[in-house]
Design a protein around this ligand. Structure first.
Ligand SMILES: O=C(O)c1cc(C(=O)O)c2c(n1)C(=O)C(=O)c1cc(C(=O)O)[nH]c1-2
Length: 228
């Protein structure tokens, strides 16, 4: 095993052990035991995370001197914001919000966002602003673990929550392929540049921090939902 293989294995181990797919709220979601109010609370709060993604990606763009890198990374912002011709992820998430019975305007205004979610998502953006380009890209590697979670989530929603209207799983289904591609690109970038033990430690720490942020988001949602 080369040191690069060992490094990639360590990054994968961080995801296996700390990714938010293990959180009891997500486990319950997949088992079909959440009620409509809990799903609505999750969707409304997670929209805040979704809206932070293009902001942090714009910060990452501004850290790179490479036109090639910027061109590739810019796609992530278009994926969320849309490009005029097709709707982006944020619009698909709003349709998901409507499909679970939320008011679009209330979701856009972040009226239901609880302080813990706001704090964790803002921490993601400010951490990316502070980190090096390499650390910031490494923090996005939670996306390596997102496709399996999205696939399981879409299947569970279709199976267990038939009351959810059309458009309820379009976001998750669209993200499976997009997240895989984003993750592969980011992993190649990180593996090629984190060539000293010190840089590798920084990348692992950034990825661990990101898993903490995602965990805190779902934990804050789970502990503030007053009804099921
Ligand atoms: O619903 C999820 O579990 C989940 C997780 C993650 C993630 O692992 O960071 C992202 C997303 N969704 C997502 O929709 C998304 O667009 C996204 C972008 C990023 C990122 O760090 O650049 N993560 C995620």
């Amino acid at each position: 095993m080369t040191s690069s293989d060992a490094f990639v294995a360590r990054l994968r181990e961080v995801g296996e052990s700390r990714y938010h797919h293990r959180h009891p709220f997500h486990v319950a979601m997949h088992e079909g035991t959440l009620g409509p109010a809990q799903l609505r609370h999750w969707v409304a709060n997670r929209f805040y995370y979704q809206t932070r993604i293009p902001l942090k990606d714009a910060l990452i763009l501004a850290k790179s001197e490479s036109a090639e890198f910027r061109r590739t990374w810019l796609r992530r912002i278009r994926e969320q914001d849309g490009d005029g011709a097709s709707d982006g992820g944020l619009e698909l998430w709003l349709r998901l919000a409507e499909a679970v019975g939320l008011d679009r305007g209330e979701v856009i205004a972040h009226r239901r966002v609880v302080p813990g979610v706001r704090f964790a998502c803002d921490d993601y953006v400010s951490s990316v602003a502070r980190w090096s380009l390499l650390e910031a890209v490494a923090s996005s590697l939670t996306e390596c673990f997102a496709p399996d979670l999205m696939r399981a989530r879409a299947a569970a929603w279709e199976r267990h929550y038939p009351w959810i209207g059309p458009g309820g799983t379009a976001y998750f289904r669209a993200r499976i392929g997009a997240a895989r591609r984003d993750a592969d690109e980011a992993l190649s970038f990180v593996a090629a540049r984190a060539i000293t033990p010190e840089l590798q430690e920084q990348c692992v720490a950034a990825l661990e921090r990101k898993t903490d942020i995602l965990w805190h988001v779902v934990e804050s949602i789970a502990t503030t939902c007053e009804e099921t």
